[in-house]
Ligand binder design. Structure first.
Ligand SMILES: *[C@@H]1O[C@H](CO)[C@@H](O)[C@H](O)[C@H]1NC(C)=O
Length: 281
C-alpha cells in the first residue's frame, strides 16, 4: 500500500526534475537513496544525485541510472574514513564503555566539514541553480541539505530515513514521539511493556539522543547564515519546512507510534525482489 502511494504521488504527474542529496558515508544509506533515485527514473522523472564523498571505500553512489555529481572528499572526511574503518569497526560491537558514543563526534565533524566543502565547491551552487530542480530529497541524518536546498531556492523537498523513524524526530516530522511505550532506536532493547526502570532508561536514551544530535544545529545555522536567511529562521525551522517524510518502516511489524499526514512509510523499498531457495539446514 505504501509503495502504491509512493507511485501514485510521483507516477501520474508530469515528469519532474529531482535533486537527490546522498553523501557517500555508509552503504545501507547510499543503497537506499540510490534505489529511490532509480525508481523515480523508471517512473519517467529526471534525477540528479549530489554525492559528497565521505568514505572512498564505498566506490558507488548506489544508483544505476541517475546522473551523479561527486564532490571530492575533504581532509576531515578522510579522518572520518579512518575512524569508521579502523577504530569504530574494532570497538563498536565489543566495548562496554558507553562513552565511546562520543567518538561519533568525529562523524559529525566530518559531515560539517564536507558540507562546508560542498557549498564552497567552485561553480557547484550556480550550476545546480541553473538545473532548475522541481523537488529535492535528502536523508534526515546529515543536516547539510536544508541549508543547501535553501541556497538553491528549492522549496519543495522531502526527507527520508533509511532506518525506521529516529528518536527525537520532531524537528523534521513535527510529530511527537512517545518514549513511554515506543522503544528508543538508539538503545531500547525492550518491548512495548516496560518496568518503571526500563521506561526511565528509555526516556533517558531518548532525551540523550535529541541532545546529542541537536547540539550541532547552531554550527549549521552559522554556516548557512546569509542575507537571504531571515534572522528568525533557525536551522530547525528550515528543517521543519519539508513537505513529506518517507521512512523505511513497515507499520505491520514496527511499534505503533503517533504519525501524521506528512509521514509515509515505504519499508521494503530497497529490498531486492529476488531470492534464493532455502537449503536443507
Ligand atoms: C568553511 O570553509 C572556510 C574556507 O575554508 C573556512 O574559513 C570556514 O571556517 C569553514 N567553516 C566551517 C563551519 O567549517
Amino acid at each position: 500500500m505504501q509503495l502504491l502511494l509512493f507511485f501514485i504521488l510521483f507516477e501520474y504527474v508530469n515528469p519532474l526534475k529531482f535533486l537527490v542529496y546522498s553523501p557517500q558515508f555508509a552503504k545501507s544509506h547510499v543503497n537506499f537513496m540510490g534505489k529511490i533515485s532509480d525508481i523515480l527514473i523508471d517512473s519517467v522523472h529526471e534525477v540528479v544525485m549530489l554525492s559528497p564523498l565521505l568514505d572512498t571505500s564505498l566506490k558507488s553512489a548506489g544508483t544505476k541510472k541517475a546522473r551523479v555529481i561527486k564532490i571530492p572528499q575533504c581532509e576531515e572526511a578522510q579522518e572520518y574514513e579512518d575512524f569508521i574503518q579502523i577504530s569504530n569497526a574494532a570497538n563498536a560491537w565489543t566495548t562496554g564503555n558507553s562513552l565511546l558514543v562520543f567518538q561519533w563526534d568525529a562523524v559529525f565533524s566530518a559531515w560539517i566539514s564536507q558540507c562546508n566543502a560542498t557549498i564552497l565547491h567552485p561553480g557547484l551552487l550556480q550550476s545546480l541553480r541553473d538545473d532548475n530542480f522541481d523537488v529535492a530529497i535528502t536523508e534526515s541524518i546529515d543536516f547539510c541539505s536544508p541549508g543547501l536546498f535553501h541556497l538553491l531556492k528549492i522549496d519543495k523537498w522531502a526527507v527520508t530515513d533509511s532506518f525506521a523513524i529516529n528518536d527525537g524526530n520532531f524537528f523534521y516530522t513535527q510529530t511527537p514521539s512517545i518514549p513511554a511505550y515506543v522503544p528508543s532506536m538508539m538503545g531500547g532493547n525492550t518491548g512495548e511493556s516496560k518496568t518503571f526502570y526500563e521506561r526511565f532508561d528509555n526516556f533517558f536514551t531518548f532525551c540523550f539522543t535529541i541532545w546529542f544530535n541537536e547540539r550541532f544545529f547552531p554550527v549549521y545555522d552559522k554556516m548557512f547564515r546569509s542575507p537571504d536567511i531571515k534572522k528568525t529562521d533557525q536551522y530547525q525551522e528550515l528543517f521543519a519546512s519539508n513537505s513529506l517524510v518517507f521512512t523505511n518502516s513497515e507499520p505491520l511489524v514496527d511499534f505503533p507510534r503517533p504519525s501524521s499526514a506528512r509521514i509515509i512509510n515505504i519499508g521494503e523499498i530497497a529490498v531486492s525482489s529476488g531470492h534464493n531457495k532455502l537449503n536443507q539446514t
